[in-house]
Structure formats: structure tokens, C-alpha cells
Design a protein around this ligand. Sequence first.
Ligand SMILES: *Cc1c(COP(=O)(O)O)cnc(C)c1O
Length: 343
Amino acid sequence: MAVENLVRPNIQKLTPYSSARSEFKGIADIFLDANENPFETGYNRYPDPLQRAVKNRISTLKGIPAENIFLGNGSDEVIDLLIRIFCEPREDHILILPPTYGMYQVSAGIADVAIREIPLTEDFQPKPGEILAAANTKSKILFLCSPNNPTGNSFDSALVKRILEEFSGIVVVDEAYIDFSEQDSFIQLIAEYPNLVVMQTFSKAWGLAGIRLGMGFASEEIVALFNKVKPPYNINQLTQQAALEALQNEQQQQAWVDEILEERSKLEKALDQLSFVQYIYPSDANFILVKMDDPVAVYDYLIAEGIIVRNRSKVLMCEGCLRITIGTLAENKNLIAALEKYK
Ligand SMILES: *Cc1c(COP(=O)(O)O)cnc(C)c1O
């Protein structure tokens, strides 16, 4: 399959903006090329448009060449760029597997790109046969979220591989929660599948939702398309610095993940004791989906107690469910105490 043939004609033809910082890459003493203010503030220069230092560290950490990494202003920018690169408005569509992350649909809606929904099975696994049957030449992107938000489970890797083999558009595997998962990441498969894009983020396990930094791993061809379409300086300097600092302290991330996983299993056990809790979905992420009697009443009660969880009870196949993020030990204790009072 040629990725080139999936790209919108206007993007194929596009001459990208060439910034001062991308035209001159060498070393010099005097920079009079970008209309910057010459007085040092720490931030008076434009940042590296290709974030080379950050990508080099990510490359070492993940074992993926820097040429196969794209960085976005959150994964949300990666999603948006993918749709604008591949989907012709009012002509092409994307495939999504509800219940899943809401941004795929919203980004498509903003771009005036239709969606086709192929719901997951009862145990929240993709249905390859139905997905492939629903796809045609206008199906440019399939979004798979694993571990899936809001259900928390990972997809069976054999199912994902079958889809990767047979779907003739771009397959995006959104791994925002992979650091909490027992499953292997799909990133190593980008060498094998030219149509695979794997997304990860600094927003969850890395504790950096505030800096807005998302990662896309893909073939050099797809990374070149991202770079062609992105705003020239999409990752600001503060973000690049904060990411570099965090990447220097990988043990901290692992310690947080370990603690969150321990807290997750404690919370599962405590929730299981509550009479109004019907089912706790198995989670491979830093949240749990919980089915209960009268979820809206519980949700409102928790708000009155000063605790906010996510009401997913109106979402297809999540009827009766609240989604609870794992907090600190103290926060989870407060949550459990409040829920015990409720019963
Ligand atoms: C939280 C989350 C993200 C992260 O988005 P950012 O823009 O990187 O903060 C991506 N995908 C899913 C499914 C998420 O739940």
C-alpha cells in the first residue's frame, strides 16, 4: 500500500513554509535572520522547529530513530494534523470504534470529515471483520485506542495486527495509557507497517499534561508529511525544556506508574465492597470504569463532597458507568470514605 496515494492532493502539492530557523541549520555567532529581539530574555529566540534535542532523548528511551518521531502540541494536534493530511472534507471519512476517546470525532467534525462507527464487542474488543467490511477507498484513517479511553482495557494484539495487515488506510494506535499497561507497545511495528502511526503523550504517566506534548511514531514518509503541515514552531521552548528535564529523570515516571498501579488495585478492592457497585471493568490504564446503581446520583453526591469523577453513563455501552482517575493515596482514601458514607 502506498501512503502517498492516501494524501490529499492539496497537501501533496503544498510548498511548506520555510522558517528562518529551518533554512539555516549551522552554527553562527550572530543571528539577524528571524526578526527576533536581540536582547537576551531566555526566550527571545524562536525554538528549534524540529525539537532535535527532545527527539534524541525520546529516541534513546524508546529505541526508535529520531527520524521516525513527530512531536505535537499534545496528541490532540497529532490527531488534527492526521485528519488534515489524509481526509478530504465532505469526501473522505475516518473509522472509530466507540466507546472511545472523543477527540477523533471532534477533530473530524471541525475538518468537515465524516465518521463511521464500528462499535467494540461487549468486552470492548475491536471487530476486524466488521471494520474491514465497513471500509472503502474513502476510509482514510482508522483510530484504535489501546488501552482504550473510557473503558480502560487493551486491545488483543492479534486483532490489531490483523487490522494492520488488511486495512488499506492509515491505522492510528493511540497509546496515551501504554505506560500503565501490561501490553507491549506497537511502536516497534512502525518499521514493518508503513501505514501505522502510534501516538503517545507526556500528559499521563509523565505528569506533564500542562506542557502539551504528544508524540507520533511513524515511517519517515509520514513524519515528513506531519512536518510539512504543522505550524513551524508548534512546540514552544518552555515545553521543550520541561520535556528534556523530565526525560532526564525517567525513574520518577516509573515510580509514579508503580504507585498509581498499586493504588488502582487498592481502589478496585475497595469499590468491590460497595453494595451499589455492579461491575469494575478490568483496567490497563490510570483510571477505572465502574458500573453502578444510579450513577448520576453518585456523581452528584461526589460533587457535593468536593470530588469530581467523569460521568460516562450517557456513552454507548457505558450505561451506568462513572470513570474514576486514580489519584494519590490520600485522594483515593477520601474518595473511598465518601463512597462508604454514601452506601
Ligand atoms: C489523555 C488522552 C490523550 C492525550 O492527549 P494530549 O493532547 O496529549 O494531552 C490522547 N488520547 C487519549 C485516548 C487520551 O485519553
